[in-house]
Design a protein around this ligand. Structure first.
Ligand code: PEP
Length: 246
């Protein structure tokens, strides 16, 4: 079984300001994360204001297009220049607010990977899908779009984030068992494509992860870390969550 480097990413969403950037730069740079890959994903305008030393930077979205006449969009070239090494793609809020389909998400992940950046690709079901007992079918379809786009060697370089929509920002975390069940399904689905890739690929859990529930989630065998929303806006909470992944 491959040893996977633990990974924690903070998604600030459309929150933060200069003073929070300074606070995070100072607080995180005085910590050591003992082998955990720590990534902060602020709104794009703040990326270049960070002094990141002990952590890395990521963006929350990217265009699937090249530089050119695409008003309001931001390209992978621009993100690289601003210091981002990771890009969250397919967050449920983008799927919902901007009608992003599985194919759009795969195209953004493709653009990200081709630019030498790491896509953090979000999948996950709504409450109605869970209540109908269709979680695996739904998540399997989202994974199918990725398997259709990427070779196993390429997929091994991506990070997947399982984020049940009903748990995002609601305070309703999936139990460690519920999360592990879906993570195991995701790894199993990908193992059927290529076992080596499935063992290498990091799968994060996201959905109301807090300092006091992170350790038991991260202790599950197929959970390699977390994608953190609300709790990534407070330095002490985010640092505690990163330390729970060690
Ligand atoms: C997220 O934004 O991806 C997320 C998981 O949010 P929260 O941790 O607030 O549920």
């Amino acid at each position: 079984m491959a040893t996977r480097t633990p990974f924690v990413a903070g998604n600030w969403k459309m929150n933060g300001n200069r003073s929070l950037v300074e606070q995070f730069s100072n607080a995180l740079n005085s910590e050591s994360f003992n082998g955990v890959e720590v990534v902060v994903c602020p709104p794009v305008g703040y990326l270049s204001m960070f002094a990141a030393q002990t952590f890395r930077l990521g963006a929350q979205d990217v265009s699937h297009l090249d530089n050119g006449a695409h008003t309001g969009d931001v390209s992978t070239d621009m993100l690289s220049e601003l210091g981002a090494e990771y890009v969250i793609v397919g967050h449920s809020e983008r799927r919902e607010d901007h009608n992003e389909s599985d194919l759009n998400v795969a195209a953004k992940a493709r653009k990200t990977l081709n630019a030498g950046l790491t896509p953090i690709i979000c999948v996950g079901e709504s409450l109605s899908v869970r209540e109908a007992g269709d979680v695996n079918e739904f998540v399997g379809k989202q994974l199918g779009a990725l398997v259709g786009e990427f070779s196993p060697a390429e997929l091994a370089k991506c990070v997947i984030a399982y984020e049940p929509i009903w748990a995002i920002g609601t305070g309703k975390t999936a139990s460690p068992e519920q999360a592990q069940d879906v993570h195991q399904f995701i790894r199993g689905y990908l193992r059927d494509v290529d076992a080596e890739m499935a063992d290498k690929l990091r799968i994060l859990y996201g959905g109301s992860v807090k300092a006091d529930n992170a350790a038991e989630l991260f202790a599950q065998p197929d959970i390699d870390g977390g994608l953190i929303g609300g709790a990534s806006l407070k330095t002490e909470d985010f640092i505690a969550i990163c330390q729970a992944a060690i």
